[in-house]
Design a protein around this ligand. Structure first.
Ligand code: DAH
Length: 335
């Protein structure tokens, strides 16, 4: 009996570790146990035979279970981004039923909600663009020194993955021209991914998100712009905020401003700690002209800035690189 028990433990361990568990039934040790029957006195054969039969059933059950486990492992979720042969041995991927929305998507939805409630139309920006929209229609002439500040990627054919969402301004203005002429106004935001050829660190990424706003009417002015921005930031952070502006240079606005908020105490800020949130200003007459809008009749204001920065302040995130990292430890904090 002791020998039977030893063989049982040994074979069960082999089954649990094997990729071909059924082979264990052919083991020499098992065969030896069978052949033992003939050597036993007739009186003991019945009991021994029964024990061996039970052992065989137990091994069968263990083999079936192991085969089931191996089967399940081969239908684990596919990593569609992996090299073609990678899914053959899928490791511990996150099954899709446990997936969740990326925090940037959630926050962009929030931002879009706030602006659409204020009457702005929301338009996603393009991810492939050209010099015309990246620079020319935004009042950067061909050799404008401010072009260098945008660290723009460019293909040999002249395509540009946009370095800012301002690429959408000319399209928004052209599409809204008829509305203006019918006595209405243009109010739109555009949001999306932008790209810069930059060295990556805790506050710089080659890939990030921006959100841009454009408003044009007969009487648009800076007071309306500051009211709109204050209202947006106070809604987004759910509290009253101190705001300030200082002069800033962007070829597509005149005057151009940088807009800052005082870091709220509730988010770890000290009085007098200002955070620059975006660039803004009155739309330059040349930008209106490039869209066929008469700057003598209409005025506009625009603003634009990074989305990650807003989200980092809201949640106390210390490193911009988390967003594009795909690290589950980071993403799970937003479940
Ligand atoms: N496009 C600018 C940037 O990425 C930000 C910006 C500044 C957008 C002023 C605007 C604006 O619409 O008026 O640096």
């Amino acid at each position: 009996m002791e020998i039977v028990n030893d063989v049982r433990d040994n074979l069960l361990a082999q089954i649990a570790a094997s990729d071909t568990p059924r082979d264990v039934l052919k083991s020499a040790n098992l065969k030896k146990l069978y052949s033992q029957i003939t050597t036993l006195p007739a009186a003991e054969r019945g009991a021994y035979g029964k024990t061996i039969n039970e052992l065989k059933l137990e091994l069968e059950a263990a083999i079936n279970l192991r085969e089931q486990v191996l089967d399940d492992a081969t239908v684990e979720p596919l990593d569609v981004t992996a090299p073609w042969d990678k899914n053959a041995s899928v490791a511990d991927l996150l099954p899709t039923e446990f997936g969740s929305q990326h925090p940037l998507t959630t926050e962009l939805d929030n931002i879009i909600d706030i602006f659409t409630r204020m009457g702005f139309e929301a338009i996603e920006s393009r991810q492939v663009d050209d010099d015309q929209h990246m620079f020319a229609t935004l009042n950067f002439h061909e050799n404008h020194p401010a072009r260098d500040g945008y660290d723009t990627f460019r293909t040999e054919e002249g395509f540009i993955p946009p370095a800012h969402t301002s690429t959408m301004q000319n399209r928004i203005l052209k599409a809204g021209k008829a509305k203006l002429e019918a006595g209405g106004q243009i109010a739109a935001i555009s949001y999306g991914r932008v790209y810069r050829n930059e060295d990556v660190d805790a506050t710089h990424e080659h890939t990030f998100y921006q959100c841009e706003g454009v408003f044009v009417s007969k009487g648009a002015n800076l007071g309306q712009m500051l009211g709109t921005l204050r209202s947006f930031f106070e809604t987004y952070y759910g509290q009253k905020l101190k705001i300030k502006t200082q002069p800033g240079y962007f070829p597509f606005v005149e005057p151009g401003l940088e807009f800052a908020i005082e870091k709220p105490a509730a988010l770890g800020g000290k009085p007098g700690e200002w955070l620059e949130m975006l660039g803004c200003g009155m739309i330059h007459p040349n930008v209106l002209k490039a869209a066929g809008i008469d700057p003598e009749v209409y005025r506009g204001f625009a603003w634009g800035g990074g989305v990650e920065r807003l989200v980092m302040l809201k949640y106390g995130i210390e490193d911009l690189r988390h967003f594009e990292s795909g690290k589950l430890a980071f993403l799970r904090k937003f479940l």
